[in-house]
Design a protein around this ligand. Structure first.
Ligand code: HEC
Length: 126
């Protein structure tokens, strides 16, 4: 009889207790879960802009407003534009800032590499 009670105690009390403690170990040991993928402050490498991808991006995100067929469009392929925006930083601050009614493109809408690609496309325009 006594050995049956020991069996019952070990199976129905000790085993669940051990399993619960095992599950709790990672919580109390202070181990941090590892993030999947690069951490947020990992440096993002931006390689030289790819004008071909830039054209694709420009056509899908910018073209509707910056298109010759639109009589009110602000065109980005003019000599005047090139003269005023000789440095990339000036284009980046406009695109990220979004001078109304142009939307501000944050890095989810256009990441740094895509920005470099769009600029490479604009620079490649005749
Ligand atoms: C909803 C329409 C719209 C979209 C979409 C748009 N723009 Fe614009 N953009 C404008 C308007 C309007 C202006 C002029 C704002 C002002 O008056 O300062 C402008 C201005 C600019 C300028 C400054 C032009 C200059 O002559 O100095 C740049 C550069 C530019 N946009 C780039 C882009 C790029 C790159 C994209 C796509 C990622 C884009 N825009 C998408 C409407 C738009």
């Amino acid at each position: 009889m006594s050995s049956t009670r020991h069996y019952v105690i070990s199976v129905f009390v000790l085993l669940p207790l051990i399993s619960i403690l095992t599950l709790l170990i990672p919580l109390v040991s202070g181990k941090q879960e590892r993030a999947i993928g690069p951490s947020y402050d990992a440096p993002v490498e931006v390689s030289a802009g790819d004008a071909v991808n830039g054209e694709y991006l420009f056509r899908s995100k910018c073209y509707g407003c910056h298109v010759k067929e639109n009589p009110n469009a602000i065109l980005l392929d003019t000599a005047d534009f090139k003269a005023r925006h000789a440095d990339d930083a000036s284009i980046i601050s406009i695109v990220r800032g979004g001078p109304a009614p142009m939307p501000a493109f944050n890095s989810q809408m256009l990441d740094d590499q895509e920005m470099a690609d769009v600029i490479a496309y604009l620079r490649a325009l005749p």
